[in-house]
Structures are given as C-alpha cells and as structure tokens.
Design a protein around this ligand. Structure first.
Ligand code: SF4
Ligand code: SF4
Length: 344
C-alpha cells in the first residue's frame, strides 16, 4: 500500500469537485464473478445479454498488470428535470456525461486521466461501458450498497449517480465509509412496481423483459407482448428506482445540465414522431448513443407506443397520420395501433 499515492488521487478527485471516491484492491473484485454466474443461473433466458458482459469478469486474468480499482461516484441528483421528460426518458440517460463533451463531468474525467499520467500511474478505463463491474467495485470501495433492484446506491445520492472506475497498476486501498444499509428484508416495493415483471425477486432481473432494454435497443414493438406494459416510457425506465424509499428526497435539482432544457420540446412524443433525420443526428443520437444514427425509427415507434398508452384520444390524429410516415416500421406500427385501438 502507498498511503501517499492514495491521498494524492483522492485529493485530486476532491479538488475537481467529486466528494465520493474510493480505491479497492483488485482481489476484492473476485466476488463479482460469483454474482455474475448467480444472475445468469437465475434467469437462463438472459444468457445472450449476460454473455455480452462477460468481459467484466475474471478481471485479474484479463488485466494481469492491474492491482487496484479507483472508483468515483458522480452526482446526478443535482440536475433540474424538465417536466415534459419525466416518466418518458430515464434520468440516468438524460444526465449522462459519458460522451457529452458539454457536460461538466466529462472534462473532469479527462483531467483525472491526465493526472494519472502525470503521477506515473498506469490506468485503464472505458468511457462508455466500464472496464470492471462498476456497481460491485463501488460497493467494494465502501461507497454504498447494491440494492434488491440491482442498482448501486450511495447514501448521499441514492441510485441517482454514475460510477466511473479505473483499473490501476499500483497496489492501493482507500475504503470510503458509507452509511447506506442493505434493503430491509420485508421490502419488495421495486419488485411490485416493475411493470413487466422483469424484476421478479431481489437481484433477479430478466433483461429482455426490462423496459430499459426494450426501449433503448432496436426492438420493434409491433406484436410485442409487453407493448402496453411499457406505459409512457420512450427511452429507459426509472420505475424501480422512483418507488424506492431509499431514494426519497434525494433529488435536489439545483443546476441545469447543459442542453437538457433545450431537448425537452424536441423529445415530446409528437415532436419525436415528426423529427427529421438531421435533428436526430445532431441533437439526440450523440447523447442517447445506445440507438444508432439510423435508428430514429425506434424512437418514433416508442413515441407512438407512449401516445397509445397515455391517451389515445388525445393522440388519435398523430397515430392515424403516422400511417403515412416515411419509415416502414413506423407506418406499420401506426397501422397496428389504429386497428388495436379502433381509431379509424
Ligand atoms: S427498469 Fe423498469 S422494467 Fe426494468 S426492472 Fe426496473 S422497473 Fe422493471
Ligand atoms: S424498493 Fe425496497 S427492496 Fe427495492 S431497492 Fe428500494 S429498499 Fe430495496
């Protein structure tokens, strides 16, 4: 252990405005693999999804040069939420600083990387998808707990935070002290609130039934058995976090996240339906990068679904007009909804 090195890293993070940072020895990540296999075993139909995450297991084998993990927790609960986006776009994506160069936290991560170079620390990270199991690393670094809904909670921000992790070559340890307690045994509020039963038990989630996955991947909703359960969600789902008592009072909405107020009118369901490819590629896709530049149709199908589930009378004209939409998948879904809802 190099106490001085840890102090310098933590001091740098604090000077950049982070207040939740910890460092865990790499051997503390071994338990991640067991949890990974347990999740896979509980929901075998999720194998395809979890196989994509297998790169986060066996971290010591995959990165033999690494000896520790540096973890920072970023506050997302400080941002103002535009009314029109509540319940339609998940907050974690709305306030996502991973690839948004205008976000204050984007520059901070770049500064941390520069600092690691200056102090001669070899590190590795992955800006978009992480280099280790971030939630598990944050828990091992003493920054909080993973709750029954599978989200990581810091005692300060609840689940409304983003975790950034770096593998580092030096042997280090700096455990933070979190007051977050595990879920009460009797609480199942998140499980009961999950609209698709994707979350069916503590720590048991079927990704292919999760609204978050169904709305942020190019999955057509025409004929989909869960289309009604998606409710008003257009991109992502916060329901199992919103109902959680441990998140009560965590949002403090002090600051504007750059560009989000301007996005609110663009992401109204009727505006999505009328969105041009140019606006999508310029304003929307770079931020919500799980859908590619040629998948505007998916936003439009999800907007139609939101309209049909919200108030089909109010949106009848939009749904009917979408039967002549330029994209075949949007036309086809509008026609299916027209028939299902007897709008014509
Ligand atoms: S994100 Fe939504 S759909 Fe997914 S587990 Fe949570 S409540 Fe269920
Ligand atoms: S709703 Fe209850 S069980 Fe679910 S994560 Fe929150 S405290 Fe835990």
């Amino acid at each position: 252990m190099n106490g001085d090195l840890e102090s310098r890293i933590v001091g740098k993070a604090l000077s950049l405005g982070y207040d939740q940072v910890g460092i865990t020895p790499l051997e503390d990540m071994a338990g991640y693999d067991q949890r990974f296999e347990e999740r896979l075993g509980k929901v075998p139909e999720s194998a395809q999804f979890y196989e994509g995450l297998r790169r986060l297991t066996k971290v010591a084998e995959r990165h033999p040069w690494a000896n520790s993990v540096i973890v920072i927790v970023q506050d997302q609960s400080c941002y103002k939420i535009p009314d029109g986006l509540r319940g339609h776009v998940a907050l974690n994506y709305l306030f996502d600083s991973r690839v948004d160069e205008n976000a204050p936290d984007y520059a901070k991560t770049s500064e941390m990387n520069q600092f690691f170079g200056e102090i001669g620390l070899r590190t590795e990270w992955n800006r978009k998808y992480g280099v280790v199991g971030d939630r598990y690393a944050a828990m091992q670094a003493g920054l909080g707990v993973i709750r029954y809904n599978n989200f990581f909670y810091s005692d300060k921000y609840g689940s409304f935070c983003r975790i950034i992790s770096w593998l580092a070559d030096k042997e280090m340890s700096w455990k933070a002290k979190s007051n977050a307690r595990p879920c009460p045994d009797s609480c199942r509020k998140c499980v009961k609130a999950c609209p698709t039963r994707s979350l069916s038990d503590p720590f048991t989630m079927s990704p292919f039934k999760c609204v978050s996955l169904l709305t942020t991947r190019a999955i057509d909703l025409k004929g989909h058995p869960l289309r009604k359960e998606l409710g008003g969600c257009i991109y992502g789902c916060d329901i199992c976090q919103q109902v959680c008592p441990q998140n009560k009072g965590k949002w403090h909405e002090e600051r504007e996240f750059p560009g989000v107020a301007e996005l609110a009118p663009v992401l109204a369901p009727e505006a999505i339906l009328a969105m041009s490819e140019d606006i999508y590629k310029e304003m929307v896709q770079p931020k919500f990068f799980y859908l590619s530049p040629d998948e505007l149709w998916k936003w439009q199908v999800d907007a139609l679904n939101c309209m049909a589930n919200s108030d089909s009378d109010k949106y009848a004209a939009e749904i009917l007009n979408a039967r002549t939409h330029p994209h075949e998948k949007v036309r086809s879904y509008a026609q299916a909804l027209t028939e299902e809802l007897s709008l014509a």
